[in-house]
Every structure is written in C-alpha cells, then in structure tokens.
Ligand binder design. Structure first.
Ligand code: SF4
Length: 366
C-alpha cells in the first residue's frame, strides 16, 4: 500500500488546509445548542461528556433539559445525585454523569470556577485529553487540537498515515499532525470543523470525495486508498457474551419492590428490580424461587412474563421477567438499598432503559 510517513506538514499546505476547512465550516456548520454557549466552559463540558459514545441527535434533547435544570456548575454541584441521574436517564453510560457531578462538587467545595485551560481541565474527574482540548479550544481559544476517532480518520486519509489509529503510536502521530494544523485564531472553530467534516463529508464508509474541499490535498483520494485508510488494529470479530438474568417485578398491593445499585460499575446509582444471574444453566423458575428466598418474601402467586433483550457495548443481557404478588412485607430483612414504591414514585426514580423495559414487560402481560 502506498503510504506517506509525513512528520512535518509544509507551512503552505497547513495554510491551505486551514483556509479550506474553515471556509467549509462557515458554510456548513451544524446549528447545535451548545454552539450558542461557545464561551461558557461549563456548557461545553456538559456537551462533550454527553457526546462521548453518543450520537449528536440523541444528545440534543438531553442537553437542553440538563442545561435548563443545571444552568451552571454550582447548580449541578448542589443537585442531588438522584436528580442528576434522572436527567441523564436513557442516555446511558451513567458513570459519565456521576463523574461530571463529582467534578462540579469538587470545584464548588474549593470555591473555584470551571477552568478553561486544558491542563487544568484534565485534572478534573472524567476529563481526558480530547475533552479538555475541545473545551479549552472552544471556550478559551486555546490552540490545542482535539483528536477523536472522527478526526483521526480524516487525518489518516488526508496524509496517508498507515499506523494503526487505535495504537498509542498512531494516536500520538496523528495528534502531532493535528497540532501543526491548529490555527492561532479560531482554534475552537477549527476543531469543530474537523468534527462536522468527519461526520458529514469524510465519513467512515463512502466518503464524499468528489465534493470534498480537501480532495486536491488528500493522499488517500489520490492513491485510491479511501477504503483502506484508516488502519484500525486487528479487528477480529469478538464473540459478545450473553448474560442470562432472572428479574422479578414484585408487588405488595399498590407498591413494587426496587433497589438502588451501588455507585460505581454498570448503572451505578440507578434503581432496578431485584434480579439474579442464571449460572450453571439452572432453570429460570428455580432462580426466581431463590430470589424470593434471598428477599425473605413468600409469594402468593408469581408467573413468567416475556424476555427483555438489552444490548450493552460488551455484552448482551437477556432479562427473563417474572411478576409476583406478596401479601407480607419483610422490610426489616431488606438492606437500605431496597424500597417499596408506588407506580407514580417509580416513574420519578432514575432507572436504566433496560429496567424501564422490564417494568413495561411486566405490566403489559399482567
Ligand atoms: S478526499 Fe475523501 S478521503 Fe480525502 S479528506 Fe476528502 S472525503 Fe476524506
């Protein structure tokens, strides 16, 4: 494969790319709600955290609701964790919300404003190189490149970089190239231009090379390598593990039993229905009996409902839903993590999408 090992981008080429990309951005930039708060590092911070592993279209309504409820870092710091999670509900990767909340509380306790310098931002929980560079360049005009997967793909094609874009060597090489291109004026716009350009023009599959403003400068286009670049590690097809779980929606009169997951780990801090993983191929009904025993509850009646399938990044969860009725509560035998709530109260709790589906499944067939 013809590839370039460019280390230094000639100044003339740097200037051409800057000019063309910014001109393209000025004509085509997306109207996104966080772009109306360009000089506000908190508003950029919330946007960048929400956008991690989440599509722009999905983020927009969450972002507007979150900013309306928590308009600044102090209001977020003062917010209860439960309320913060409720405003994140459905967006997934809840650890992001918990770290954002923790970082705002840290700043509030130290009586500090949200920093707008990349080095200071990186010292906060949940902020890495990319996020720090994006916030600092957009809100503070700091000349620092923000290189995510989108930008890495465009740069690898533009300069014919054959290094694995997921490797440490590949990432640092591409970051060096990106930092040569970042202009002193409008660095935030330039970083955002790469982001928009990567999602609108130089897309992962079938990039729009014929209409591309950088077509004349692009190594991959000139050498017919747009399908080959970027190189992305050894992408062996991984078998996704399937986890089987029995979950009980247990009612006592008008109340249902829920418990709060410990902070840290999957769905940390969110509420869920009691459940047990199926091990050693045991029968689901046997596991449900064990679950009642573990809760010290004696069911009047219970039955199997449907199965809720939920895809996570690294595993597939099959929730086998059971519903049951009990006439006696044994609150003193349950830990503080458990609570009996009415259906109305359940609506107000922060619950993962999977457990909302479980609730619907139990009620649909009840
Ligand atoms: S010419 Fe094609 S591959 Fe090159 S930057 Fe433009 S869209 Fe991407």
């Amino acid at each position: 494969m013809a590839t370039s090992t460019i280390e230094h981008i000639p100044s003339r080429l740097q200037a051409v790319i800057r000019r063309k990309l910014l001109r393209w951005y000025d004509r085509h930039k997306r109207d996104l709600p966080w772009r109306r708060h360009s000089h506000n590092p908190y508003a950029q911070w919330v946007a960048e955290i929400m956008l991690q592993q989440t599509r722009v279209d999905t983020v927009i309504p969450y972002y507007k609701r979150f900013l309306a409820r928590f308009p600044n870092a102090a209001s977020l710091a003062r917010g209860r964790q439960e309320t913060v999670l409720k405003h994140w509900e459905g967006l997934g990767y809840y650890r992001r919300a918990l770290l954002l909340h923790k970082a705002c509380r840290q700043l509030y306790t130290q009586k500090k404003n949200v920093p707008s310098v990349a080095a200071e931002l990186k010292a906060l929980p949940g902020i890495g190189d990319y996020t720090a560079a994006a916030i600092a360049s957009i809100s503070n005009n700091e000349s620092i490149a923000a290189v995510d997967g989108n930008v890495a793909r465009v740069l690898a094609r533009l300069f014919g970089v054959k290094l694995d874009v997921l490797s440490t060597q590949g990432k640092s090489h591409l970051t060096r190239l990106a930092n040569q291109l970042i202009p002193v004026s409008r660095p935030g716009d330039f970083n955002q231009a790469w982001m928009d350009f990567g999602s609108e023009v130089c897309t992962p599959r079938r990039p729009a090379c014929q209409a591309c403003p950088l077509g004349g400068e692009c190594f991959a286009y000139a050498h017919g390598l747009t399908d080959i670049l970027p190189v992305r590690g050894a992408t062996k097809a991984k078998k996704v593990p399937v986890v089987q779980v029995v979950v009980g929606v247990i009612a006592h009169g008008q109340h249902i039993l829920v418990r709060r997951r410990p902070v840290g780990g999957l769905w940390g801090g969110l509420w869920e229905f009691p459940n047990l993983e199926i091990t050693n191929g045991r029968r689901k009904s046997r596991i449900m009996t064990k679950l009642f025993e573990a809760l010290s509850l004696e069911p009047d009646e219970w039955s199997a409902r449907s199965t809720v399938v939920h895809q996570l990044t690294h595993r597939l969860m099959n929730f086998h839903v059971f519903s049951g009725q009990v006439s006696h509560r044994t609150d003193q035998k349950l830990s503080d993590a458990y609570r009996w709530v009415t259906h109305k109260q359940f609506d107000k709790l922060s619950v993962s999408t999977a457990h909302r589906k479980i609730y619907d499944a139990a009620n649909e067939t009840a």
